[in-house]
Design a binder for this molecule. Structure first.
Ligand SMILES: NC(=O)c1ccc[n+]([C@@H]2O[C@H](COP(=O)([O-])OP(=O)(O)OC[C@H]3O[C@@H](n4cnc5c(N)ncnc54)[C@H](OP(=O)(O)O)[C@@H]3O)[C@@H](O)[C@H]2O)c1
Length: 341
């Protein structure tokens, strides 16, 4: 099969091209999936360059390996030890597993979910990594109708869905962007109340929008707790989701600033919470998929990418911060005999 195979780490993700590698053979507890779509994310760039925390000898991704994580596809074979989820050959599924930038990937139970009939495979893969955004709104900060929610990294995969989920529960949303060019697209394509470029007097603009009160909630994807404190209301809530802008250097926060405004800061690591609280995880997926199936959440798709040959271009566009929303790369048509339910 063809795959973005990494015999060693690369400096420039734009140089990544598919090569011929052996088709993976599923172990007893694994599904074999024909990949039809994949959706590159920030972590894939780190994996390709050897800069991810999992790029150690003991981690998941050390050369040689096939790159990629989020995918949608069609089950080719079920685990020989049995399928607990009931997924069958021919089912459309989405999920995550190292090696997804390939024609085939092997994944264990729990790494895939069936795609609901109403969703296209493109939508499923574009939204597969953002249940965390939904959960940050509904389960962690418990956003209420009428509250103002500030979202950093709002153009990103997580951020764009934070905005949509907050709007879906009736909040007003202020989306933060890195530059004016991107902000222009976001004003056109994202259903938010205000898009601000993070420069000059943006904090004052948040205060003006909220009539001097400040936003009730900040969903922070970039690492901007100190800025958030300056434009949050008393008893405001900050949910830390990621540090996309920190370049590995963490913020320091003066505790008295939290006390003076009675601010709550909570970190949320989706994967770990899911492993520890599987019932809550299922509840989150039910709520998230229901919002997707009823059209309350819709993917914001960026550009057109087709074939594994386009993976290098997709990752480079991500790295250059051109992207708003999610990239989906179509890898193959649905194989004949695929089931829609
Ligand atoms: N908590 C969890 O469980 C969880 C799960 C998955 C991912 N994450 C983390 O959440 C963060 C966001 O992930 P994502 O998939 O949404 O990433 P993404 O699609 O790359 O979006 C990140 C956004 O941050 C902004 N940004 C600001 N400074 C940046 C910089 N120096 N480099 C890149 N982007 C920068 C960009 O918008 P502008 O260009 O407009 O500024 C970009 O759209 C990442 O740190 C990721 O590791 C957390």
């Amino acid at each position: 099969m063809k795959a973005i195979h990494k015999p060693q780490f690369v400096e420039d993700v734009a140089t990544l091209r598919p090569t011929e590698v052996p088709t993976p053979q599923p172990k007893g507890d694994q599904y074999l999936v024909r990949v039809t779509h994949c959706s590159p994310q920030h972590a894939d760039i780190l994996h390709a360059k050897g800069k991810h925390q999992n790029n150690t000898k003991r981690g998941w991704c050390h050369p040689p390996f096939n790159l990629g994580y989020d995918f949608a596809g069609v089950v080719q074979s079920v685990p020989s030890l049995g399928s607990k989820s009931g997924s069958k050959k021919g089912d459309r599924v989405f999920g995550a597993g190292i090696g997804a930038f390939a024609e085939y990937v092997c994944v264990p139970e729990g790494a895939i979910r069936r795609i609901p009939e109403k969703l296209t495979s493109e939508t499923a893969v574009a939204m597969s990594g953002q249940a965390v955004s939904y959960a940050s709104v509904v389960h962690i900060t418990k956003v209420q109708p009428g509250e103002t929610v500030l979202v950093s990294g709002a153009s990103g995969g997580l951020g764009s869905v934070c905005c949509m989920a907050a709007k879906a529960v009736g909040a007003k949303v202020i989306a933060l962007a890195g530059d004016e060019e991107k902000a222009k697209h976001m004003r056109r394509d994202m259903n938010v109340d205000l898009v601000l470029v993070m420069k000059d007097d943006w904090i004052q603009k948040v205060m003006d929008f909220t009539k001097g009160v400040g936003a009730e909630v900040c969903l922070d994807n970039t690492g901007m707790v100190n800025d958030a404190i300056r434009c949050l209301a008393y008893f405001g809530r900050i949910c830390i989701l990621g540090f996309a802008a920190r370049k590995g250097v963490m913020e320091e926060v003066k505790m008295n600033k939290l006390l003076l405004k009675s601010i709550t800061v909570v970190g949320y690591r989706f994967g770990e919470s899911g492993r520890r609280y599987p019932e809550t995880l299922e509840e989150i997926w039910r709520g998230y998929l229901s919002m997707l199936e009823t059209g309350k959440l819709q993917p914001l798709l960026y550009g057109k990418y087709e074939g594994l040959e386009d993976i290098g271009r997709a990752l480079k566009d991500l790295e250059d911060r051109k992207v708003y929303g999610k990239i989906v790369v179509k890898v193959a048509d649905l194989p004949a005999g695929s089931r829609l339910t």
